[in-house]
Design a protein around this ligand. Structure first.
Ligand SMILES: Nc1ncnc2c1ncn2[C@@H]1O[C@H](COP(=O)(O)OP(=O)(O)OP(=O)(O)O)[C@@H](O)[C@H]1O
Length: 609
């Protein structure tokens, strides 16, 4: 079967950002880093303009009295300094661009890995986006510049040594003391900075969840308790920041003292050498200027230490998050599915706790059929839905769409052929139209068609701006039922072949339920395969097959009327005395599997049906 145009891979590889891991993103900046290194080389060479100028003025102009030489030297120095400033400006603009570029690359990569992490139960949140900003700020401000200037420290110190070994020794001593100070700073502040960074994330998450649940917090007077909790975590942040700041402040003060003292010392030693005729006064001044240049990157590195540490923590955290959730492999695109879904002997355990949720569940649904999944609370209905749409991988068994295991499908391709309405419908910030169109560019006709199919068109017409009504923060506040109907329109958008609706009528009134039943009928006529969780009469009336789950096992599966009759019969039987659930039964295709472990819940289901 030929591939539909929607099944073709997009010509621009927009998934490449998804694969750009942290190291790759940084590696991709190598040419920009190269430009920075070249600029740094030229800037540092031009830094020699001032000492050379001083050397020449003191030792040549002052001794010969040649104004011509002075004018020439001054002109050359002016040009050299102007070029140096221009290069410095260019270097700054390159580092700013590297920072912005990293942000643009890492943002999408992180969002993709955050989504993958959340699916396997990780609590990765938006705090990593702050990590990206931290890295960007470090690179864009003077952090990167200090890194490129650092190799010049020994070169400048070497030049001072050439002027006179004693002056060189003073410079080496100063560099060593400043280096030791920076190491002491690292050791003294590392623990406090680490703790502060970790607690900062905790405090941000707690503040975020408190604000998001404003109604619960306000209605049940939880604000004070939540504030107390937040304050105790934030206290650790403040304490860590204060401690690291205090230590950093002492080190910076000592650094400044060393810097000023060394500047005095080099002039003092230089003057002594001049008096002893071992050095010219020009060399003394030149050495003093060279020392300033040599120690500037060291001083900058110490003052940027906290930014560097912050960026390093952010890098490590981001690297762990991105490496832990690599993008799925690219799959060969398969032909557009018809919508034949089979669940074969599926067993599923929770990823971290290995808690058995579903055990040897089998069922199937054909195009144009609706399968209702019923069962008591906690039976595993939602988990089965999540597995069916490929949000988790079964430990044993398989889910096949048109014969191909669901995880053999390219995730982007299959997403277009699947519709999913979860139990808690969340809509995204945007307009009603954006949400129905799955936040993509789409034809008006396709959006309206989906809304009509979901029987949401008339409801949307009553919104202040119809399809263009903004929803979410700052927009119109929708009721649970309205959200559910827009969620249904989103699920049916783009003619998916397989649609899973998890309790689609949970918030619907009678009219809404009737509309839903009609929508399901329309979808069945369009040969869509449907799975619907719920045991309300309106759901069961449109179902062709029923799967009764209990304790994670498929107790019954088959034609709707067979299962419902068996359930009713079971409900009238006395309850089993052994109380335990027996091993799951193999299911007869299309037939009914009698209940083996049904208990009082069966009665409730039967009554509901
Ligand atoms: N990630 C998870 N970690 C641990 N337990 C989980 C996880 N996901 C689901 N469970 C457990 O699996 C069981 C089945 O949950 P599920 O949400 O699938 O039930 P359900 O039949 O849809 O219930 P309800 O009708 O109340 O929505 C529950 O006991 C639930 O606590």
């Amino acid at each position: 079967m030929p591939l539909r145009s929607s099944d073709r891979r997009p010509s621009t590889d927009h998934r490449s950002t998804d694969r750009t891991e942290l190291a790759e993103a940084i590696w991709a900046c190598r040419s920009a880093f190269g430009v920075c290194a070249l600029f740094s080389l030229m800037i540092n060479l031009l830094m020699l303009v001032s000492p050379i100028y001083m050397l020449q003025v003191y030792d040549r102009v002052l001794t010969t009295g040649s104004i011509e030489t002075l004018v020439m030297l001054t002109l050359m120095a002016t040009v050299g300094l102007a070029v140096m400033c221009a290069l410095d400006t260019l270097r700054t603009s390159v580092t700013i661009r590297i920072g912005c570029w990293l942000n643009e690359q890492l943002g999408p990569a992180y969002l993709a890995c955050g989504v993958r992490g959340r699916l396997i139960g990780e609590s990765a949140g938006v705090e990593h986006l702050r990590d990206i900003s931290q890295i960007q700020n470090f690179v864009a401000t003077q952090g990167l510049t200090a890194f490129f200037d650092a190799p010049w420290v020994p070169i400048f110190v070497g030049l001072i040594w050439i002027l006179h070994p004693l002056l060189g020794s003073v410079a080496v001593g100063a560099a060593v003391v400043l280096f030791l100070l920076s190491i002491a700073n690292e050791f003294a502040t590392r623990k406090a900075t680490e703790t502060s960074n970790k607690k900062q994330i905790e405090a941000t998450l707690l503040a975020d969840v408190t604000i998001r649940n404003a109604e619960i917090v306000q209605a049940m007077h939880m604000l004070r308790a939540m504030t107390r909790r937040w304050a105790s975590i934030n206290g650790a942040v403040v304490e860590g920041t204060r401690k690291a700041g205090d230590i950093g402040g002492y080190v910076l003060a000592m650094t400044k003292f060393v810097r000023f003292f060394v500047q005095v010392a080099i002039l003092g030693v230089g003057a002594w050498l001049v008096v002893r005729s071992e050095l010219t006064s020009g060399s003394m001044i030149a050495a003093s200027i060279l020392l300033g240049r040599a120690l500037a990157p060291v001083e900058l590195a110490i003052s940027m230490w906290r930014n560097f540490m912050g960026a390093r923590f952010s890098y490590d955290r981001l690297k762990t998050a991105i490496d832990a959730n690599p993008p799925p492999p690219t799959r060969t695109l398969l032909p557009t599915p018809k919508g034949k879904v089979e669940v074969a002997d599926l067993t599923y355990l929770t990823p971290v706790t290995a808690h058995l949720i579903l055990s040897q569940v089998s069922c199937a649904v054909e195009p144009g059929e609706a399968l209702a999944i019923i069962g008591p609370s906690g039976a595993g209905k939602s988990t089965l839905c999540r597995l069916m749409v490929g949000l988790a991988v079964p430990n044993v068994g398989e889910i096949r769409l048109d014969g191909s295991p669901i995880h053999h499908w390219d995730s982007e391709q299959i997403g277009r052929h699947i519709g999913f309405l979860p139990q808690d419908v969340e809509l995204f910030p945007g307009t009603v139209r954006d949400n129905i169109a799955r936040m993509q560019e789409a034809d008006d006709a396709a959006v309206v068609k989906a809304a009509q199919l979901a029987h949401a068109h008339d409801m949307i017409q009553h919104f202040p701006q119809g399809y263009d009504t903004p929803i979410g923060d700052g927009g119109v506040r929708l009721s649970g039922g309205q959200r559910q109907r827009i969620g249904l329109a989103r699920a049916v958008f783009g003619n998916p072949r397989f649609i899973v609706l998890d309790e689609p009528n949970a918030n619907l009134d009678q009219a809404g339920e009737a509309a839903l039943a009609e929508a399901i009928d329309n979808l069945k006529r369009a040969a869509v395969a449907l799975v619907i969780v719920g045991h309300r009469p309106s759901t069961l009336s449109v179902a062709d097959k029923v799967l009764f789950l209990q304790g994670g096992r498929a107790v019954m599966f088959g034609e709707r009327d067979h299962v419902l009759e068996a359930l009713k019969a079971k409900a009238t039987e006395p309850l089993p005395t052994d109380g335990g659930e027996k091993a799951p039964r193999r299911l007869s295709p299309g037939g009914t599997v009698p209940a083996s472990g049904a208990n009082s819940n069966t009665k409730a289901m039967a009554e509901a049906s």
